[in-house]
Design a protein around this ligand. Structure first.
Ligand code: NAG
Ligand code: NAG
Length: 799
């Protein structure tokens, strides 16, 4: 044993005691397993105290009962050598001590026998081994705490301290290790759950189980434990949001997807979450649907922003295990410009006075739009170029006011179109037409159609003749335009104008009140007023010129020679007169004018037509030939004076011409103008007769009047006595009018009961008074007074 160095020496000390014990026939050796081949197990010579000679002489040898020879003997040295490696585990397994190798050493000469046994000592040459390299374990996530899960133990063939000593498990967050010593000295290993598993947190747990032996150096083995956590429906679905906000435009077509909700479930087994509405109103049900599988919310009805601006829909997600989650969808409805503005006329005065001042309110308008936002921003306008404007008073209230002066006479009626447009895109609009009538104000005076009127009227017109019609127009309306016509009072020749002229106040027709005489009144002016019926009334004047036109109503008047029925005037032509001797000149006038006063003279009758001629224009009577002695002294001429009127009027003048050289000759000739005297006598008789008849008529009339008066007086008395209401019998006494003779002469008849006192006044036209005819030569002239005044007796010749 010394061969093995100091360590071995110590051991050999130990063995020495054994050896001593065994020295009586038995030697034991102890060697570690796995010694190399040829290693010295021991020296038999030394250990038995034998001489090396003895080894030779004794022919020492080794005998094994079984044929296996693990040890051989060196006869020269006595050393025991291992013939092969010895593995304790295969020789002895778990048996200790392992005295598997034993043999006998046999000597001859003398025969000696020693029993040798070799004890093989264990060394830690084996690591623990797990039966499987990986362990898979499925555990429900709901496994209770303290649950045990046995694990397969590791195996270490070594024995003693070299065999399995302990296990460790890493990590230990959920499991810890529990090792129990089993019946056969085995260690039973198990995992114990000490903190709950959650598949949803961690589905796989990887643990390392390590087994250690007690050798030196220590050996170990590991095994991986895969723990699969099995799912249990322990989680409810969870909506991705606690509330979903979304929006949808109103009038969105059906099947429009509003939103898609989703919920997740941590559990593995629960795909197929079902989505549903929860406690929804009938309205929501009619408008939206939800797809139970996909969670899509769709439009199925007509969404109207004006009815609902927002919907809150509760939704539920449920898994197959009946676990649920709730959420809500808030659907905002987005307004679409689907409502036109609505115009409401709050108040409207359909008629406004034309003198309304600018700013007068005509109508109050309210506009509304059911939409919101810009779609609700309304602009109100009216047609341009109208004398109105629209002003905003309050929000959505407008006033329609007049913007400028109005004039009914220009425009009597307006159709005002009010347009309201909202701010949507595209905008919607609506219209309202107001029919406004202007009421009249009397702001126009009647206007005559002409600046002045000229009217012509022929003289001698019958009274009430229409002269002309004036017309004035008033631009106003109704009573304000009702024109009346009046004459503006004035005087004409000292008499009121109204006695000449009248006007129909309604028609404007101007009438003559009397017959005009051109010779007295040639023209006059007057003012006619046209006045309307307004308040205050307005009027206008116009000048009317009335021009009276001449008519040929006057025959020429012969001024010279003066014609008197009673006197005889003669022109004297001396017998020695030459041809062309101016006998006389007929002077005549015509009070008419113009053509009517244009006179021409003609010889109508003559004793000797060949002797005289009359100047057509100037009325001069001249001799045509030499007067002879044969010519009669007494020549009678009749000259007709004719005016140029239509029809013409004429006057005849008789001229006595005496062809003589001396006055006595003339006288003797002219005294036998007796038949003329006879004519005058006849005339006187007729006049007296006429006067007598008139006087008689007058007396009869007076008697009649008196008798009627008496009769009525008696009737009245009767009436009062009887008290009866007798009808009054109208009685009109005969009318005694002024004997106004319309033409040249006026006669005044002053009737008295005394016919002798009757006086007939002869008034001559003024022209006759003013014109004084001058006789040129040798003419005989009568005093005017003697001719014009006569009272019963008429002087015949007063020479
Ligand atoms: C206004 O409208 C009415 C009805 O449409 C029509 O009769 C009338 O002539 C119109 N007036 C004006 C001035 O346009
Ligand atoms: C019309 O005539 C009257 C009387 O002469 C006068 O008072 C009035 O002012 C006149 N009116 C007009 C409008 O000329």
């Amino acid at each position: 044993f010394t061969l093995r160095g100091p360590l071995f020496v110590r051991r050999s000390v130990l063995f020495l005691t054994l050896l001593v014990h065994i020295a009586r026939g038995q030697v034991s050796y102890s060697i570690p397993e796995e010694m190399e081949k040829g290693s010295i197990v021991g020296n038999i010579a030394q250990d038995l105290g034998l001489d090396l000679q003895r080894l030779k002489s004794g022919k020492v040898r080794i005998y094994s009962r079984d044929s296996t020879e693990y040890i051989e003997l060196n006869r020269n040295t006595g050393s025991l050598l291992s013939r092969e490696k010895m593995d304790r585990e295969s020789l002895c397994a778990k048996t200790t001590p392992c005295a598997f190798v034993s043999f006998d050493v046999i000597f001859e000469n003398p025969m000696e026998l020693y029993r040798v046994s070799v004890d093989i000592q264990d060394i830690n040459d084996n690591s623990p081994v797990f039966p499987k390299s990986k362990i898979e374990q499925k555990i429900s996530e709901l496994a209770v705490l303290g649950a045990r899960f046995p694990l397969e133990s590791a195996i270490d063939p070594d024995v003693g301290v070299n065999t399995l000593k302990k296990y460790t498990l890493q990590p230990t967050d959920h499991f810890k290790l529990n090792v129990q010593n089993g019946a056969g000295g085995n260690k039973n290993v198990e995992m114990v759950l000490h903190s709950p598993l959650d598949r949803e947190k961690k589905q796989h747990h990887n643990l390392i189980l390590t087994a250690f032996d007690g050798g030196k150096p220590q050996r170990s083995a590991t095994v991986q434990i895969n723990i699969i956590v099995l799912d249990v429906n322990d989680n409810a679905p969870v909506f991705s949001q606690s509330s979903y906000k979304t929006s949808v435009v109103e009038n969105a077509p059906k099947t429009t997807i509003v939103t898609k909700i989703s919920a997740t479930d941590a559990d593995e087994s629960s795909h197929g979450i079902q989505y549903n509405f929860e406690h929804v109103t009938y309205t929501v049900k009619a408008l939206f649907s939800i797809d139970a599988d996909s969670g899509e919310v769709k439009v199925i009805g007509d969404i109207d922003y004006e009815k609902h601006k927002q919907f809150t829909v509760k939704v539920k997600a449920s898994d197959h295990g009946g676990l649920t989650d709730s959420s809500e969808i808030i659907i905002d409805v987005i307004d679409v410009n689907d409502n036109a503005p609505k115009i409401t006329i709050m108040s409207f005065s359909s008629a406004v006075s034309e003198d309304a001042i600018p700013g007068t309110v005509i109508a109050m308008i309210n506009v509304q739009d059911l939409d919101s936002g810009d779609n609700n921003k309304i602009t109100c306008s009216i047609d341009l170029n109208s004398p109105f404007k629209i002003v905003s008073s309050l929000t959505n209230y407008y006033n329609l006011v007049t913007d400028s002066e109005l004039d009914r006479e220009q425009t009597a009626e307006y159709n005002i179109t009010i347009t309201a447009v909202d701010g949507g895109n595209p905008p919607l609009s609506s219209k309202e037409i107001l029919n406004l009538k202007l009421s009249d104000v009397n702001d126009h005076a009647p206007q005559f159609e002409q600046e002045s009127y000229n009217a012509f009227i022929a003289e001698n017109n019958p009274p009430s003749t229409t002269i002309l019609t004036v017309k004035a127009i008033d631009m106003d309306w109704g009573q304000n335009a009702k024109v009346s016509y009046f004459l503006i009072d004035g005087d004409l020749n000292g008499a009121p104008l109204a006695s000449y002229i009248s006007i129909n106040s309604e028609s404007g027709v101007i009438y003559a009140e009397k017959s005009f005489d051109y010779e007295q009144l040639k023209s006059f002016k007057m003012q006619v007023k046209a006045q309307d019926g307004g308040s205050p009334l307005l009027s206008n004047n116009v000048t009317v010129n009335i021009i009276i036109q001449d008519q040929n109503d006057n025959a020429p008047q012969v001024l010279y020679p003066i014609q008197t029925g009673a006197s005889v005037v003669a022109e004297i032509v001396p017998r020695a007169a030459d041809v062309g001797y101016l006998v006389t000149k007929v002077v005549a006038v015509d009070v008419d004018s113009g053509q009517n006063a244009w006179l021409s003279y003609k010889l109508q009758k003559a004793t000797d037509r060949a002797l005289f001629e009359v100047g057509l224009q100037n009325g001069e009577i001249r001799t045509v030939r030499q007067v002879t002695d044969k010519d009669a002294v007494k020549q009678k001429l009749a000259v007709v004076v004719e005016d140029n009127g239509q029809p013409s009027r004429s006057a005849v003048v008789s001229i006595n011409v005496a062809v003589a050289d001396s006055f006595p000759e003339v006288l003797s000739e002219f005294t036998d103008f007796t038949h003329e005297k006879q004519y005058i006598d006849n005339l006187t008789f007729y006049l007296i007769l006429a006067l007598a008849v008139v006087s008689l008529l007058f007396i009869v009339s007076i008697i009649s009047i008196i008798s009627v008066k008496i009769y009525r007086w008696r009737q009245n008395k009767l009436f009062y006595q009887s008290g009866a209401n007798l009808p009054v019998i109208p009685y009109y006494p005969p009318v005694y009018a002024d004997g106004t003779l319309q033409h040249v002469y006026n006669y005044e008849l002053c009737g008295t009961t005394d016919s002798r006192m009757s006086d007939m006044k002869f008034i001559r036209p003024y022209s006759q008074n003013t014109l004084v005819s001058q006789s040129r030569m040798g003419t005989v002239q009568r005093e005017k007074k003697e001719i014009t005044n006569f009272r019963g007796n008429i002087p015949l010749i007063n020479s």
